[in-house]
Design a protein around this ligand. Structure first.
Ligand code: XBP
Ligand code: MG
Length: 231
């Protein structure tokens, strides 16, 4: 067993990106900003990790209107975080197998941590809504949001978490869902297991230890293999 498991949040613990997208769009509408990100737009925008960085990247490509928002990115993003946390609190499900892995790992003495680009209130809202507030304490280290200036694919957030765990990368395993996430974890020297998600299926996961559809559930071990033998 590894000494610690380090989990990404968005796309890995839960399919949260549709709620992030909804929260961004609701804030644009509330502020009368003429933008709406559809799913295809958002898939491209996910190349830039971090909500503030994503808005800035988007604004830089707008032919007009961006000047109304460019000085307000932090304010717009704070409103988006508040909206997203409320959406998550109203209902959030973990991906298959996540709760079982977390609980079995903890029971076996494996230390648990989080390395995410998203903001801490969002992590707490997700864990609280899915596992209960007390589950936040299952994670010994939560590296989130702006605690490191360079977001994924930079390795900084994983290095931050490893330092606080006081463990070498070789003693840990990372769980990720995206190209940026794998690059960050691999950049920190971590073996990385990928569970592909709705926005990341088929992406480049070069260097990953394994690429899975999900972490499975013991009562449905062959579910995602349906059709695998065809052809
Ligand atoms: C997820 C992200 C996050 C969320 C938005 O990346 O890129 O930016 O989409 O979160 P990862 P914030 O799963 O690789 O950490 O708006 O709170 O930044
Ligand atoms: Mg992710």
């Amino acid at each position: 067993l590894p000494s610690a498991m380090i989990f990404d949040v968005d796309g890995t613990l839960s399919e949260t990106e549709e709620l992030h997208r909804q929260a961004f769009n609701e804030i644009f509408a509330a502020e009368k900003l003429p933008w709406h990100w559809d799913a295809a737009d958002y898939r491209r925008l996910l190349d830039v990790a971090g909500g503030k960085e994503r808005i800035a990247h988007f604004l830089a490509a707008q032919p007009e209107g961006a000047d109304r928002a460019v000085g307000r990115i932090a304010e717009l993003h704070a409103a988006k975080t508040a909206r997203y946390s409320a959406l998550i609190a109203a209902g959030a499900a973990l991906r298959p197998g996540v709760e079982r892995l977390i609980r079995e790992a903890k029971a076996a003495g494996v230390r648990l941590a989080i390395a995410t680009t998203t903001s801490l209130p969002n992590v707490e809202a997700l864990l609280g809504a899915s596992l209960g507030r007390e589950a936040i304490a299952l994670f010994e280290v939560i590296g989130a949001g702006d605690v490191v200036p360079a977001k994924k694919p930079a390795p900084d957030i994983y290095q931050y978490v490893l330092e606080r765990l006081a463990l070498p990368a070789s003693a840990c395993v990372a769980f990720e869902d995206s190209t940026n996430g794998v690059r960050a974890a691999r950049g920190a020297g971590l073996a990385t297991i990928v569970t592909q998600g709705m926005y990341t299926e088929g992406d480049d996961f070069a260097g990953a230890l394994a690429v899975l559809s999900d972490l499975g559930e013991p009562d449905a071990p062959y579910r995602h293999l349906a059709g695998a033998g065809a052809g």
